[in-house]
Design a protein around this ligand. Structure first.
Ligand SMILES: Cc1cc2nc3c(=O)[nH]c(=O)nc-3n(C[C@H](O)[C@H](O)[C@H](O)COP(=O)(O)OP(=O)(O)OC[C@H]3O[C@@H](n4cnc5c(N)ncnc54)[C@H](O)[C@@H]3O)c2cc1C
Length: 257
């Protein structure tokens, strides 16, 4: 048995010069937990060229979706950004990752903190009815440099708000907080600053950070994650993993090479 599923690209959407998303068929045998990632890629010169990708689709959905960066000299994404409907991608059979609800101690409010393509695992998690069962409030924060980089997330949230099942759940429980650092916008600033200054909670009309009730998942640049980790640890939050659940869990959105 091959280590990969060979899936067909169903659609591709380019959001900016550096971001695109695509949907692909999903083998019925490919199982994952919402928030996990898998190795995906292309066959290049007869060999698999693979990178870690979070599933942006939820595990109850028939199709797979991914939200991707375009790195112009990146071995995979210089090629992947050219895929078209009908092309074949490789999807590794095993999904893994720490951004799963079982790695968190039960709580009341779930903060999903992301930058850039770090939104992808949360795109999956906000489509998971179980997340709305476990938490009373969910706050999705997406930080980017420019307003147009928010479009994938904005459309996703709008689509869920219009959905028969998710619409009522979102209006009751989900707060969506997009923020940018390099352009005028209704929310501005880095996630670390917005939390440290409590502006995030003030803007949302919610209570400040509280270890007793808040649980956190974060996915973004390695530098941003390190800053957030230090900030939360200083406040007594403990990192969770597969062996011991904690107050927060972390996944890198990419690795610096
Ligand atoms: C757990 C995990 C999950 C991931 N999920 C996704 C995902 O859902 N979507 C996605 O686009 N990428 C994701 N990545 C990154 C992905 O694995 C690749 O790095 C990316 O597709 C670029 O591949 P490449 O071969 O073109 O360039 P690489 O040689 O892999 O990367 C070259 C450089 O580009 C920069 N870079 C790479 N990926 C990103 C990114 N996503 N955002 C900003 N800068 C980046 C880094 O500086 C890196 O050193 C994930 C990485 C990890 C570790």
């Amino acid at each position: 048995m091959s280590a990969f599923y060979r899936e067909k690209v169903l659609s591709v959407r380019h959001w900016t010069d550096t971001l695109f998303s695509f949907k692909a068929t999903r083998d019925s045998g490919f199982r994952f937990l919402n928030g996990q990632f898998a190795m995906i890629g292309l066959e290049v010169d007869g060999r698999p060229l693979l990178r870690a990708y979070s599933m942006a689709s939820a595990n109850h959905e028939e199709e797979l979706e991914f939200f991707s960066i375009k790195v112009s000299d990146g071995p995979l994404t210089s090629r992947l950004q050219k895929i078209r409907e009908g092309d074949t991608i490789l999807v590794g059979r095993k999904a893994t990752g720490t951004l799963i609800t079982d790695n968190l101690i039960p709580g009341k409010r779930l903060l999903l903190l992301s930058t850039g393509t770090g939104l992808a695992p949360f795109a999956s998690l906000i489509k998971d009815p179980d997340v709305y069962e476990r938490f009373e409030q969910i706050v999705l924060v997406h930080g980017c440099r420019q307003v147009n980089e928010l479009a994938f997330g904005e459309q996703l949230v709008q689509k869920l708000r219009d959905d028969e099942l998710f619409g009522p759940l979102l209006s009751e429980k989900l707060s969506y907080y997009p923020t940018v650092t390099r352009e005028p916008f209704r929310n501005r600033g880095r996630i670390t600053d917005l939390i440290a200054s409590e502006q995030l909670f003030n803007d949302l009309g919610q209570t400040p950070l509280d270890k007793a009730t808040d649980r956190i998942m974060m996915c973004g640049s390695p530098a941003m994650l390190e800053e957030l980790r230090q900030m939360f640890e200083q406040r007594g939050f403990l990192e969770g993993n597969h062996t011991e659940p904690g107050h927060f869990v972390i996944e890198k959105a990419f690795v610096e090479r």
